[in-house]
Every structure is written in structure tokens, then in C-alpha cells.
Design a protein around this ligand. Sequence first.
Ligand code: ATP
Length: 235
Amino acid sequence: MPDILIQAKGLKKQYDSRNVVNGVSITVHEKEILAIIGPNGAGKSTTIEMMLGIRKQDEGEVGYWVHDYRKSIGAQLQATPFFPGLTAIENLNLFAAFYKRKLPKQKAVELLTLCGLSEVVKTEASKLSGGQQKRLAIAVALVHDPKVVFLDEPTSALDPKSRREIHQLILDLNRKGTTVVFTSHDMDEVTKLSYRVIMIDQGMVIAEGTVKALCQKHGVQNLEELYLQLTMGEN
Ligand SMILES: Nc1ncnc2c1ncn2[C@@H]1O[C@H](COP(=O)(O)OP(=O)(O)OP(=O)(O)O)[C@@H](O)[C@H]1O
């Protein structure tokens, strides 16, 4: 088993006295693609934000492979605030500066091209389409060559072609050694991309393993069936 990069243990978070994350433990291994799945409101984003250190847990702890982990983790969250009036490439440069990096123009254009944004390099970020903004958020997450990247619903709201391109981007990144943790509601996408899946429901981990092993264990044909079986009876 490759090295452990991040180990979250017993994470709990309450909002308004409601347990939205209720004892979640997640281990992220080096060079894997880990999918975190579960119904709307299950607590996936909150868990990710606690793992990123941007939301404080009420209980539990998160351990990292290095002390200064923020320098080596990238994140595309569901809403990435871009800077108004700045173009795609200017936003990228600004985010690079936050990491104390100077992004050479060629590298910035390469990254935008990798994320399918070569034609809108100089377009104001706020004028990009929803899907293009999502791609820019992914580019921003990669600006400092992170060792681990968290992508929260990287393909939601994308058209099928863009979705495929993001799949390829995730696979390419992983091939180059980047560890990827992502969330998705698309079970085919999860099956195609992930080495391992963690299913969260009502703030708790209800299943964990490879898609193949989980399907065998529960006697189902595919991940969607498993998902429906394990979350049945909920509204
Ligand atoms: N800042 C907040 N204040 C109050 N409640 C919150 C806050 N953030 C999240 N919640 C609530 O916590 C619960 C879990 O939200 P979270 O965004 O983690 O779910 P999720 O699994 O990522 O859902 P989705 O798949 O819809 O993105 C939801 O009921 C949500 O309304």
C-alpha cells in the first residue's frame, strides 16, 4: 500500500445543533484517485473543507504527511471566488502569487490550455460561462503543482465533451503522480476514474472500497445500484 498522505479521524461537525458530519474517518493514499460520494447534504463538502483545514471540526483530527501541507494541496471548491475585472490568466497569476509563485506566461497559458481554456485566456473571469468558470477553478487548484488536489464536483454543470476533457485531465494528472480526491454524483464517472470510493450518508461513512469489491460484497451489478440500495428509503 502506498504511503498515507492525509488521515482524517473521527471528524464531527454540527451546524445549528445538527450533526452534519458525524465521525468520519478518511485516509488518502499517495497517487490514488479517491472518490467521495453520497446524497445531497450528506456532508461531503464539509468533510473536504475540514480535511483542507479551511473549516474547523468540532471533534476529530486530520494528520498530513508534511507540516506545511497547504503549499502542497490544491482545491477546487463548489464556489471559487474569482477577482472581478481580472481576466482568466490574471486570476491565475494572482492565485499563484498567493502561493508565492511567479507563473511564467507560457506555464500559465499551458495550464489554461490543459484545462480547455486556451480561447478565453484574456476573457474576464466573471464573463466566462459556468462550465468555463469551473475549468478555471480547476486550473487555479493546480497553479502550484500540488501533490494532492481536491476537486468538489469538478464536472457538474459541464457538457459531455467538457466532462470527458476533465476526466482526461484527472487521469493525466494522476499519471504524473498527483493524488486526486474528488466528489461526484455521476456513478459512471466515479467507476471510470476512481481507485477507491468512500460513500457518505447522513454524515457517516457507509461504504468504502474499490467499486469492484463493493459491488461483489453487496451483490449488485454496478455502483449506481449499490448507491440506490444503500441510500434507499431516504427522501
Ligand atoms: N455554513 C453552514 N451553515 C449551516 N449549515 C451548513 C453550512 N454548510 C453546510 N451546511 C449544511 O450541512 C449539510 C451538509 O452539507 P455539505 O455541503 O457538506 O453536503 P454535501 O454532501 O457536500 O452535499 P451536495 O452533494 O449537495 O454538495 C447540509 O445540510 C448543509 O445545509
